[in-house]
Design a protein around this ligand. Structure first.
Ligand code: GSH
Length: 347
């Protein structure tokens, strides 16, 4: 089954999750109409009810009765699209490989976004660029005074939100070190394979691409770092933007057991940074604490508790628990020594 009617999505050039989904739609050859704009305003103009928080991107899909329904949150939308069109799937058939892909997608969405948000708003040069580009990529004809008003509004609001992702003077060096390490790991990985899990992309590639589309394509400081540390990643981002022409007929994902050690090294970065953050956040949520601190990469990390990432930990575990005993064992073998095993509950 393949989709024929274009699916509308509303989002922004400067939104990593919009770019994740746009490149995924292109790769999957799912017809779409890309509406650059504010989801709430667009939905109001179409008379479609808004989700509780209309995130970017917001998709307009058909509900069970064929009525238009506005939905957000990229990962469940990806799984919904898999049901609507089977060709050029981005979810591996092997459940164990699909689990690793799920984990990489979550790492892209929830940890790499800390790189993105930090570099966008922490340094004055980047904040100035984003202050101009976020309004202009919605409307290039904005009069100068309106642009200045939007620029002040966005900048003040987003700089005020740096605390939500844990970006502050103490964590800035940890974020920078993780970003550089991640780029070096990708540099080595892309010497071996064109995508994370083999010869074609999976949803985890698109999640990481989404964040890197900003870090390399939008914000000046992280762009300069990427060119210095990983030219291969710069090339990868340039092409994953539109892989609609990739002939997938003869292309496969690797067997879990034949993934290069460079992929295990990437999982070690997940275990070194994102895993302690997920676990400390979940512990704080359970204790009803609004703030948490923990040791990440040898430094003290402190940030506000984030209920959504509590759910991420739960979802990772749900995916793991769905695996057969053999597949759990295969995952345990792969993740041993990476730090990711701390996420997985075994009886
Ligand atoms: N988990 C969501 C996250 C989407 C998200 O956080 N989008 C950002 C923009 S990139 C947003 O809409 N933030 C709220 C705002 O800017 O008001 C997803 O995967 O789609």
């Amino acid at each position: 089954m393949s989709l024929s009617t274009p699916i509308p999505l509303i989002g922004a050039v400067g939104s990593p999750y919009t770019r994740k989904m746009l490149s995924l739609l292109r790769y999957r050859r799912i017809p779409y109409t890309m509406i650059w704009g504010d989801p709430a305003t667009v939905l109001d103009s179409k008379g479609i009810s808004k989700p509780k928080i209309p995130f970017l991107p917001t998709f307009i899909l058909d509900d069970d009765k064929g009525e238009p329904e506005a939905v957000c949150d990229s990962t469940p939308i990806i799984y919904r699209l898999e049901k609507l069109q089977s060709q050029r799937s981005v979810i591996p058939d092997d459940p164990a490989l699909a689990f690793i892909n799920f984990l990489l997608e979550d790492f892209g969405d929830e940890w790499c976004t800390k790189f993105m948000f930090h570099y966008r708003w922490y340094f004055a040069k980047d904040a100035d660029n984003a202050g101009n580009q976020l309004p202009l990529t919605m409307d290039v004809t904005l009069p100068q005074d309106t642009l200045q008003q939007f620029k002040s509004f966005f900048s003040e609001r987003q700089i005020g939100r740096l605390g939500y992702v844990g970006s502050n003077d103490t964590t800035a060096p940890i974020i920078d070190a993780s970003y550089r390490r991640f780029l070096s790991l990708l540099e080595k990985h892309f010497e071996k394979l064109p995508f994370l899990l083999g010869e074609k992309p999976a949803s985890g590639d698109f999640a990481i691409f989404g964040q890197l589309s900003q870090l390399i394509g939008f914000d000046p400081t992280p762009r300069a770092i990427a060119y210095e540390v990983s030219p291969r990643t710069v090339g990868w981002v340039g092409t994953l933007e539109d892989q609609s022409g990739l002939d997938t007929e003869q292309k496969n994902w690797n067997e879990l057991e034949s993934l290069p050690t460079t992929l295990k090294d990437i999982l070690t970065e997940v275990g070194r940074t994102y895993v302690p953050a997920l676990l400390a956040n979940a512990k704080a949520l359970l204790a009803g604490e609004k703030q948490w601190q923990t040791n990440i990469d040898g430094c003290q990390w402190s940030q506000q508790s984030f209920p959504y990432q509590g759910k991420c930990l739960q979802w990772i575990n749900d995916e793991y628990q769905k695996l057969s005993a053999t597949d759990k064992q295969r995952i345990n073998t792969l993740t041993i020594g990476t730090g990711c095993e701390a996420l997985l509950k075994n009886d």
